[in-house]
Design a protein around this ligand. Structure first.
Ligand code: 13P
Length: 255
């Protein structure tokens, strides 16, 4: 059985105190209400990570992640954060290739492949995001776009390393828009992604790859999305800023 994960992406929201307070609520609710093997992750701005990791400690079931790293090890890169720096906060995950980073900060597949390598080298689990824009969907190019993102961003990894990666399908047109992909649309792409993984690696690797869905996921639509055979959880933006909503989404996997 592959791992189910519900990960929150706080994006550039919450000051330090607000982040600590929301995370405390999430940890308490997760400890009281979430019953199952599903992983729960909060990907927060860099300033929060050490505080959140301290709060989570070793007993909480909520893991902490970043939203980006730079691929260089160390040096004169003002304003950037390396994989080892991120790891030293206590974070264990990192989102890479989010569409907002690709669009606003011009991150391309080549840079992303180097970020993936840096993350793995330092023991961080990448949550690698892929997905098409509205234009690419409407012109029926979405399978090609996603195949290229996989081939150029992450398929350079050897089998063993690929096993440590989580994929997230986030159709850009569904992010923050309230427009969710239908369960059928999401399942179609998730099955395609799993098939690409099987073609590039093998069926065993494909069967054990966790593939999350992201884009206007909420407690109402999560049950139907997560019931799809190739959807293994969610990457949650807006709804991860409300403890009740986020925990209710995580509880979809309660046994
Ligand atoms: P929303 O859930 O706000 O649509 O954001 C999704 C997302 O981008 C998660 O990374």
């Amino acid at each position: 059985m592959r791992k189910k994960i519900v990960a929150g992406n706080w994006k550039m929201n919450l000051d330090y105190q607000q982040g600590i307070s929301l995370f405390s609520e999430i940890v308490n609710m997760a400890n009281d209400e979430v019953i199952g093997e599903q992983g729960i992750v909060i990907c927060a701005p860099f300033i929060h990570l050490h505080g959140l990791a301290q709060l989570a400690g070793s007993r909480s079931r909520v893991a902490v992640g970043g939203q980006n790293i730079y691929f260089q090890e160390t040096g004169a890169y003002t304003g950037e954060i390396s994989a080892s720096q991120l790891k030293s906060t206590g974070a264990t995950y990192v989102i890479l290739g989010h569409s907002e980073r690709r669009a606003y900060f011009h991150e391309d597949d080549n840079q992303l492949s180097r970020k993936v390598d840096a993350a793995l080298k330092h023991g961080l689990i990448p949550i690698f995001c892929i997905g098409e824009t509205q234009d690419e969907r409407e012109s029926d190019r979405y399978f090609d776009v996603i195949r290229t993102q996989l081939e150029e961003g992450i398929f350079h990894l050897a089998d063993g390393d690929f096993g440590d990666v989580v994929l997230a399908y986030e159709p850009v047109w569904a992010i923050g828009t309230g427009l969710t992909a239908t369960p059928e649309q999401a399942q179609e792409v998730h099955a395609f992604i799993r098939n690409e993984v099987a073609n590039h690696y093998n069926q065993n690797v494909a069967n054990s790859t966790t593939i999350l869905y992201g884009g206007s996921c909420n407690p109402k639509n999560a049950p139907e999305l997560f019931a799809q055979p190739d959807i293994d959880g969610g990457l949650i933006g807006g709804a991860s800023l409300k403890s009740r909503d986020f925990i209710d989404i995580a509880k979809v996997f309660n046994r």
